[in-house]
Design a protein around this ligand. Structure first.
Ligand code: ZN
Length: 451
């Protein structure tokens, strides 16, 4: 069964799933395009899902769409601010970027979650949760209509990130401590505001804070206990600490069994950010002539909790591998069918189970690709079986491959064996024989290819 690094436990733990597993992933804030760094998190949830589904575990996934309430450092709503900048209505802007996000994730073969609730359509669920927290004494209302979470009522705050309350410095981001708060680390559950994108609440008109959104949605759609919570490492604090405090306080017990975080992605050695001018979108990758799944492949070449430094060179290399494997699978599909190379398949699957060790899995597949003792039909079966987890569309070239002339397949196999044995004379002789049949052979570090 899958073992994965649990940030809160600070160790690799076996995912305790029966026949079903519930998983929550913090979704996108839809006020601009998700860049490839953002998309890495969703490939991580997708991998967890695919690895478990291979074990016949039914995965029920929920991922929110934040279309209100995500504040910038200066306290402005990101969605509202961008709508003003683009001179569009908030709804129009949010739907546009939500659709763009869904297109990007579909192009990366990320299976859609069963639930994708929008914040603007679940305000009632958030209000209900806030009211409950006030009633229980975990939150308080101040005269201007703001509601704050009283963090000192939640003693295990900091368990995920290690940021203990007593060690937290006041005014983490802003220079002055908000006088409305009982404690500097309290955060807003409800913000009073009039204007576009606001709702009526028992505390007046306003909109919910971002952190409360994930608690409300996960409790509503996955229930009061669920197995896996996924997010980018930057959400560990304060977002996930705040979320855990809200959810656990509301239900009176630990809601999330495993907290899983994906590491940062750098591009050309720098954090991908608008301010540094190195934001790369999936559409940029496609415009460069690369397959969008080259991005997925480049992610798989690194473990999810390893910092990944993406460059155009690594993307192009990943693109070449994806295309080569598709061509290989198509070639192998022409050979007599054979059972899967089960020893290889098992090694790959153990690598997946070992905290999603995808780099090792890919290494084992490259080894299989080159192994002359495995029949092409067996390679075909194995690659397609493993592609259920990789999600690289390795079968797309089948049927498009040019058919080898009769007898050429045997000669190619004999030549591969000769090269493994170091019999260069025989290898050259077979190459000439193949050339006479119209089959041109080329040798690559991964073995011979033909055209
Ligand atoms: Zn969240």
């Amino acid at each position: 069964m899958l073992r994965i690094y649990d940030t809160r436990a600070r160790q690799v733990e076996e995912i305790a799933a029966g026949r079903a597993l519930r998983m929550y992933t913090c979704g996108p804030t839809v006020y601009r395009h998700a860049h490839v760094g953002n998309l890495r998190t969703y490939v991580l949830s997708d991998l967890i899902r695919r690895v478990l589904e291979r074990r016949r575990v039914r995965v029920l996934a929920c991922q929110n769409i934040t279309d209100v309430g995500h504040l910038t450092d200066s306290g402005a709503d990101k969605v509202l601010e961008q709508a003003q900048a683009e001179q569009r209505s908030v709804r129009e802007l949010a739907r546009f970027y939500e659709d763009a996000f869904k297109d990007d994730t579909a192009a990366l073969n990320i299976r859609p979650p069963e639930h994708m609730p929008r914040a603007t359509e679940t305000i009632d669920v958030m209000i209900e949760l806030i009211a409950k927290l006030i009633e229980q004494g975990h939150a308080y209302v101040v005269p201007d209509g703001s509601v704050f979470f009283d963090v000192q009522t939640f003693p295990t705050y900091g368990d995920i990130s290690g940021n203990r309350l007593d060690a937290l410095k006041p005014a983490h981001r802003i220079d002055t401590v908000d006088p409305r708060k009982r404690f500097h680390a309290d955060w807003a559950l409800w913000k009073p505001f009039a204007g576009e994108l606001t709702w009526d609440s028992p505390w007046g008109r306003g909109f919910p804070g971002w952190h409360v959104e994930c608690s409300a949605m996960s409790l509503r759609f996955l229930g009061s206990r669920f197995e896996v919570h996924v997010g980018g490492i930057d959400l560990r604090f304060p977002h996930h600490e705040d979320e855990r405090a809200q959810s656990d306080s509301a239900v009176g017990h630990e809601v999330v069994r495993h907290w899983v975080h994906g590491e940062h992605l750098l591009f050309d050695g720098r954090k991908m950010a608008k301010s540094t001018g190195n934001v790369v979108l999936l559409s940029d990758v496609v415009a460069d002539g690369l397959d969008p799944l080259a991005v997925r492949m480049a992610f798989l070449e690194h473990r999810y909790r390893q910092q990944l430094n993406l460059t155009w060179d690594t993307l192009r290399a990943a693109d070449r591998t994806v295309r080569r494997w598709r061509a290989r699978v198509a070639e192998w599909s022409e050979s007599p069918s054979a059972p899967m190379a089960s020893e290889y398949a098992q090694r790959v699957e153990s690598a997946f189970d070992d905290d999603l060790d995808t780099p090792s899995a890919l290494r084992i597949l490259r080894e299989l690709e080159r192994d002359p003792s495995v029949a092409p039909g067996a390679k075909f079966e194995t690659f397609l079986h493993i592609d259920q987890v990789l999600g690289l569309d390795l079968s797309t070239e089948i049927g498009k491959a040019r058919v080898l002339p009769p007898g050429a397949g045997e000669l190619l196999e004999a030549r591969a064996r000769a090269r493994t044995a170091g019999d260069w004379g025989e290898s050259d002789r077979l190459r000439d024989l193949l050339a006479e049949m119209g089959v041109r052979v080329a040798d690559t570090p991964e073995g011979q290819t033909w055209s």
